[in-house]
Design a binder for this molecule. Sequence first.
Ligand code: ATP
Ligand code: MG
Length: 371
Amino acid sequence: MVTLAAAAPEAMIVGDSAVIAELRRLVACVAPSGASVLLAGPSGSGKEVVARAIHAASGRGDKPFVAVNCGAIPRDLLESELFGHEKGAFTGAHAQHKGRFEEADGGTLFLDEIGDMPADMQVKLLRVLEERAVQRVGGRGQIAVDVRIVAATHRDIDAAIDAGKFREDLFYRLAVFPIEIPSLAERRSDVPQLIRHFVKAMGKRAGDLQFSEAAFERLAEHGWPGNVRELRNFVERAAILFAGRTIGPAEAGSLLLRRGRVGAVERSALWEATERLHAAFATEEDDEDAGSVQTEAEIVPIRAEIDISANRGLNRGEPVALRDMLADIERRYIEEALTLSDGVIADAARLLSLQRTTLIEKMRKYEMKAA
Ligand SMILES: Nc1ncnc2c1ncn2[C@@H]1O[C@H](COP(=O)(O)OP(=O)(O)OP(=O)(O)O)[C@@H](O)[C@H]1O
Ligand SMILES: [Mg+2]
C-alpha cells in the first residue's frame, strides 16, 4: 500500500502533464481559502489524493482529515455517522457517539460519493453547513463545528440535479470551488512518472524495477479504465513478478490483464514469471510442483500465494493478524476483479467464482463500489 501522508502537499499529486500542473495550481490557490471544494472525476483518478493535498496545504494539516463514503453507509446509519448520537437515541445506541463532523473539528471532512446521499440527508447536511453546527441524533443543543468541506463525486452531478435526485442549493453550497480531475487516458504522458513513483513507494519490494522506453510506449496504448488505481495495481503485479528487472514491451503487455480474459501469449508470460516467483520465494519445505499447473482458472490465486509468502513475520516469530491479512487479500482481489471487469459486478463475480449476491455483500462489507 502506498502511503502519501508524509509528502509535501504539492508532491502528493504526481504527474508532469499540463493538466496535472494546472490541478496542482488550483489546489495551491484554493487550499488556504477554506472554501468548500467539489471534486469530480472518474473512479481511481485521485479524488482522495487531491482532497488530502488540499487538507495538507490548508493550514489545517495538523488537524484531522476525516473521510466518509456517503454511498457506502446504510441510509439509516448515515445521520448518526455524520452528526453523532446521544445515549438511548435509538435501539442499540448504548453510549454517546461523536459524529464525523465533530471528529473533524478544526480539520477537513471529505464527503466522498456525495451524489449518493439520500434526499433527507441532503437537507440536514445543508442546514449543518449553513449553521456551522451539528445536532446529535436524540440531542437537543447545537454543537459548533469548524470543518472544511471537500466533497467528491464520480458521477455526473448535473444529471442528478436535473433528475431531481440532488438538491441544487446543496450543490452550490458544496461547489464553491469545483475541480475536475482528468482520467488517466487524458494524461497518458504522466504514466512513466507515476510508475516511477509507485516503484519508489514500494521500496525494497520492487528492487530496482525498471521499464524500457518500448515498454512505456506499449503502456501508452492502454486505455487505463481503472485510472491511477489500475496503474498502481499494475506496478504491484510488475514488482511481484519482475522485481529488480527491466521490463520490456511484451512483459508490460502481459501484465495488463484485460476484462477477465488473459490471452495465450500473456498467460505463458505470466506463468513463466510465476515460476521465477516461486523460485524466488521457495523455501526447502515448499511443495515441489509449485508453478507447474498452467490453467487459466489458476492464474488468479497468484497474488494470494505471494502475499502469504512475502509475509515473513511468522518466520521471525512475530504475531500476524490472520483475519486482517485475509480480509486485505480478499479486498484486493475484489478491487482487481472489478477493475478488470470495468466495474460490471456480474463479470467480476464470475472472475472470482462467486455468486453475484455474495460479491455485493462483500463489497458492502469493504465499503467498495463498482466503477
Ligand atoms: N496524481 C496522483 N499521484 C499519486 N498517486 C495517485 C494520484 N492519483 C491517484 N493516485 C493513487 O491512485 C489510487 C486511487 O486514488 P484515489 O483513491 O484518490 O482515487 P479516487 O478518485 O478517490 O477513486 P474512487 O472514485 O474509486 O474512490 C490511490 O492509491 C492513490 O494514491
Ligand atoms: Mg475515493
